[in-house]
Design a protein around this ligand. Structure first.
Ligand SMILES: Cc1ncc(COP(=O)(O)O)c(C=O)c1O
Length: 420
């Protein structure tokens, strides 16, 4: 085997795209990966919250192999294929919106968000969009515009669309209450935008990149009311909260609030690139003929993989396991929070848990350096984690929901040894 050293990465890819790990990964199996030096890690980065069903889930692999025996690509707009329609039907049946829904498939989270906004603007014939500080929606221009975290995502890349404005996201640990956030939404709507010209509010149910901060049911249902009163569409960006991350199949079930449109990606196809925009049929069908589309969207291989993922959810108690994981993790992490002054908060829906690192509980000053030290100790001990949050001081757990409980315990043991 040829071992590629870091300098080989450095001479061939832009520095902004350097990897965190020094060695190539050569093998993955459920929650474990191995690198070219033979090191084994528990993968709680999971390809950035993609591997909800783990590396190479057998049901995903079988479906993909089967698909590859037949054909690998067809542009759906020209030659339809059954897996895309089956998957759309499954998603329409499963996503908790009361009216009939329809689903359109693209390649990435950003592309799904772009299309959701495009569809909302067309349907409402309104222009402006409200999103949230701390929110992350992707790296294309409109998605960057919607994103409410400047560094590293937006800095130097402007200008961004003028018709997007940001409200404050609720953050109880830092004293931003639901009421404060709702006031901010109303203020932005009335003073920076015009509710009569606002097409949609785009929000994550729990901030991902923004620091694993959950929004409450109370806040989201009041947001729903604001949308209803002003003919504004509510778009949930469930790219990260979907597919079991919050303990239910979809975050909307966890909070009991229903959007008009939702974006899904990441875990939807078990590691293959795929994203979906699902919305009320009346909205989705409003677009003129060929007004939406994508060459690679609904790739037959990714759709096959996605049906394998649903098979796994239907037959393997994945949600039950996700909630058991969450219970075990919360118990251990809360004890650590009681023991250590620098663990300020442990929070999140289901297994989508963030641990906020501060210099001490009283000042709550974000401690990025300590955060990086803990992450680096974990890596030395065989556990992969990354940070998030405005100040880079939140450690997030994005491992497979299929991780066996013994390995969840191993994760927590390593973490406990590494925080000291
Ligand atoms: C909530 C959310 N929306 C959108 C995106 C963008 O997805 P992608 O990287 O597939 O474009 C992400 C990616 O992290 C995300 O977390």
């Amino acid at each position: 085997m040829v071992y590629i050293q870091n300098d080989q990465i450095q001479s061939n890819v832009p520095s902004a795209w350097y990897s965190s790990l020094e060695n190539f990964i050569v093998k993955g199996k459920n929650a474990e990966i191995w690198d070219s030096e033979g090191n084994r890690f528990l993968d709680y980065v999971g390809g950035y919250a993609v591997l909800n069903t783990g590396h190479l889930h057998p049901r995903v692999v079988d479906r993909v192999k089967n698909q590859l025996d037949n054909f690998s690509h067809s542009c759906f707009a020209f030659a339809p294929h059954e897996n895309a329609v089956k998957l759309s039907e499954e998603l329409n049946n499963r996503y908790p919106i009361d009216t009939e829904t329809k689903t359109f498939m693209v390649n990435s989270g950003a592309e799904a968000v772009e299309n959701a906004v495009k569809i909302a603007r067309y349907y409402t014939n309104k222009k402006a969009i409200l999103s949230f500080k701390g929110g992350f929606h992707g790296r294309t221009y409109l998605a960057m515009g919607l994103t409410g975290k400047d560094k590293p995502y937006k800095e130097g890349f402007g200008p961004f669309p003028e018709f997007v404005k940001h409200a404050v996201y609720p953050y109880s640990y830092r004293d931003i209450s639901d009421e404060d956030a709702l006031m901010s939404v109303k203020d932005v709507l009335n003073n920076q935008l015009d509710p009569n010209n606002t097409a949609a509010i785009v929000i994550e149910i729990e901030l991902g990149e923004g620091g694993y901060i959950p929004a409450s049911s109370n806040f989201l249902s009041q947001l729903r009311d604001i949308c209803d009163k002003n003919n504004i569409l509510l778009i949930f960006d469930e790219v990260q909260t979907g597919y079991g991350r919050t303990g239910n199949m979809f975050g909307a079930e966890t909070v009991g609030v229903k959007p008009d449109i939702v974006t899904l990606a990441k875990g939807i196809a078990g590691g293959f690139p795929l994203a979906a925009v699902l919305g009320k049929s009346e909205i989705m069908d409003s677009i003129h003929e060929a007004g939406i589309g994508s060459t690679f969207g609904a790739s037959p291989v990714s759709c096959a993989a996605a049906l394998g993922v649903l098979d796994a959810f239907d037959n393997e108690d994945i949600l039950k396991n996700a909630n058991k994981q969450a219970k075990t993790m919360n118990a251990v992490l809360s004890n650590l929070m009681n023991d250590f002054d620098f663990i300020g908060d442990v929070r999140g829906y289901g297994p989508m848990i963030g641990v906020e690192i501060v210099s001490d509980k009283e000042s709550k000053n974000p401690d990025k350096e300590k955060t990086q030290q803990i992450i680096s100790n974990c890596k030395e001990n065989g556990l992969l984690l990354v940070s998030c949050g405005e100040f880079g001081n939140v450690i997030r757990f994005m491992g497979p929901l299929t991780t066996p409980l013994e390995q969840v315990e191993e994760v927590l043991e390593i973490f406990s040894e590494s925080v000291i």
